[in-house]
Design a protein around this ligand. Structure first.
Ligand SMILES: Cc1cc2nc3c(=O)[nH]c(=O)nc-3n(C[C@H](O)[C@H](O)[C@H](O)COP(=O)(O)O)c2cc1C
Length: 210
């Protein structure tokens, strides 16, 4: 395995985006912006058919109001359903469900129930219409806050209206314990990541000299 080079004197590869072929930046970004958490997005289409698909271009977009965002590369069923119904659920993906997450990333035609394909169970959500994944310990229920388009990619914003969390993954302080969530993440290529070392740091505060 390659070891990291000396940070100051080591050689660097200079990658000019303008010189890369169309789409050539994508594998660089997915191999460098790592690890990425996975939003396992459940939606309903206009006829009430359930859809589930993983999206690793996923983050918190706003603290207050609470908004999460994920990006659809191309117009997929998930995006079409949110445009049609305005609601979605982000289910978190524990390591033990990695194979099922992968199955739901198959390019099934519209109308295929990915939960059934992956052997998962739909469970009614508390506030929004799309069901959550019963096997997932956290469901973030969202109402669409619109989208931002970049070429073929669409970033979808969702206002968080409800959280549903297994009591068994909570730490004594009442928040989820990351070791109990045991999230699986996406890396570059075909690589996935599991939780590694967890450590705590107290953020320093600057105090101006009096
Ligand atoms: C772990 C994982 C992460 C993925 N992340 C994304 C993503 O961020 N954006 C995207 O458009 N597709 C992503 N995909 C591919 C979609 O899940 C795939 O195209 C899926 O078929 C879309 O389903 P849908 O048409 O039901 O929405 C990912 C696939 C996997 C397995």
């Amino acid at each position: 395995m390659a070891t990291p080079q000396d940070p100051v004197s080591g050689d660097r590869l200079s990658v000019s985006v303008a010189d890369l072929p169309a789409g050539g930046t994508y594998p660089w970004l997915t191999a460098t912006v790592v690890p990425r958490p996975i939003a396992w997005v459940s939606t309903l289409d206009a006829d009430g058919l359930l859809n589930l698909a993983p999206h690793s271009f996923f983050t918190v977009a706003s603290a207050e109001p609470p908004i999460v965002a994920f990006t659809s590369v191309g117009t997929k069923d998930t995006l079409s359903n949110i445009r049609a119904t305005g609601e979605f659920v982000v289910n978190l993906t524990p390591r033990r469900l990695a194979d099922q997450v992968n199955v739901t990333g198959t390019n099934f035609p519209p109308g295929v129930d990915e939960l059934a394909e992956a052997g998962l169970t739909a469970q009614p959500s508390d506030v929004v219409a799309p069901p959550r994944v019963a096997e997932s310990p956290v469901a973030i229920e969202c109402v669409s806050e619109g989208e931002r388009n970049f070429g073929r990619s669409t970033m979808v914003f969702g206002r968080v209206v409800h959280l549903s969390v297994w009591a068994s993954v909570l730490a004594p302080d009442g928040l989820p314990d990351v070791r109990l969530l045991d999230p699986v993440s996406r890396l570059g290529r075909e690589e996935w990541g599991a939780l590694g070392e967890v450590f705590s740091l107290v953020r320093p505060r600057y105090h101006s000299p009096t």
